[in-house]
Design a protein. Structure first.
Length: 244
C-alpha cells in the first residue's frame, strides 16, 4: 500500500516513525489505517532533498510527533519547517539578486594586484576555500614570474560572485555552470543557469538545482498538512473513516 519493503516497515517502527502496533498472539503486527498514513507521512517528509540548516532535523521532528499522534504539535512543527524552507528560498533568491548587482557594478576605482592571502583577507574567506574554488575550476588566477598567483579586480568580482552563491548553498557545479556561462556571454538568466544542469553532468546533486529542490519541498509540505489532517480524523472516534 505504501510502496516499501516489509523490512522498511520494521525499520520505521524501530525509528519511532510510526505508532507502536499491537501484535496478535502469534507475534504478527497489526497495522491499521493510522499506521499506513504515518508511513506515507514519513515517506513524504523524508523525500525532501535539502538537508542543511536543520531542515532534516525538523522533518524528523514532524515525523516523530505524527507517530506519537501529537497532531497539534505536529502542525506547529510543519509550520516551522515551512518557515525554514521559505528562509532558504529567500537566501537563494537574494543571492541571485546580489550576483546581478555585482555584474552590473562598475569596476573598482583602482587596479588590484593581490596575493592569495591578501585576496582571501579582502573577501573574508580562508585560503583553503580560495584554493578549493580554484581546484574546482571556478577561477584561474594569473601568476607572477616567481610562480605566485596574483588576483586583479576581475578576479575579485568573480570571487565575490562565488562567495555570494556558496553562502546561499548553491553547489560548486551550479556555480561553475554560471561562471562558464558568463565567460561565454550566453545571455541566459542567472536563475536559469544555476538551476538547469547540463546534459554533460553525469551526477547531479540536490544543490545543483537548489531553487527547484526547495520549491519541490514546499509542495510536499502541503501534502504533509493534508495527510496530517486525515490522520487526526482517523485517530479520533468517528462513524466514518477518511480515505488515505
Amino acid at each position: 500500500m505504501v510502496g516499501i519493503h516489509p523490512n522498511s516497515v520494521r525499520l520505521y517502527e524501530e525509528l519511532s516513525f510510526i505508532s507502536k502496533p499491537r501484535r496478535k498472539s502469534n507475534g504478527y503486527r497489526i497495522l491499521t489505517d493510522l499506521h499506513v498514513g504515518q508511513l506515507k507521512f514519513a515517506r513524504l517528509a523524508l523525500r525532501a532533498e535539502i538537508l542543511q540548516h536543520g531542515l532534516r532535523e525538523q522533518a524528523l521532528t514532524c515525523i516523530h510527533l505524527c507517530a506519537e499522534t501529537q497532531f497539534s504539535k505536529a502542525v506547529e512543527a510543519i509550520d516551522h519547517y515551512e518557515a525554514l524552507i521559505e528562509g532558504e528560498l529567500a537566501r537563494a533568491r537574494s543571492a541571485i539578486a546580489d550576483v546581478q548587482g555585482l555584474l552590473e557594478k562598475d569596476e573598482m576605482p583602482q587596479p588590484l594586484h593581490l596575493t592569495r592571502k591578501e585576496a582571501a583577507t579582502h573577501l573574508g574567506i580562508t585560503i583553503d576555500m580560495l584554493r578549493n574554488w580554484e581546484l574546482n575550476g571556478l577561477l584561474k588566477a594569473r601568476r607572477k614570474k616567481n610562480g605566485y598567483r596574483i588576483y586583479d579586480e576581475q578576479d575579485l568580482k568573480r570571487l565575490n560572485i562565488i562567495r555570494t552563491l556558496r553562502s546561499a548553498n548553491y553547489s560548486l557545479m551550479a556555480i561553475l555552470r554560471l561562471v562558464n556561462s558568463l565567460d561565454e556571454q550566453s545571455g541566459d538568466s542567472i536563475e536559469q543557469v544555476l538551476n538547469t544542469p547540463s546534459k554533460a553532468e553525469d551526477i547531479i546533486s540536490v544543490c545543483d538545482r537548489l531553487l527547484v529542490s526547495l520549491e519541490s519541498t514546499k509542495r510536499e509540505i502541503v501534502q504533509m498538512r493534508t495527510l496530517l489532517s486525515i490522520l487526526r480524523r482517523i485517530s479520533e472516534p468517528s462513524t466514518e473513516t477518511p480515505e488515505l
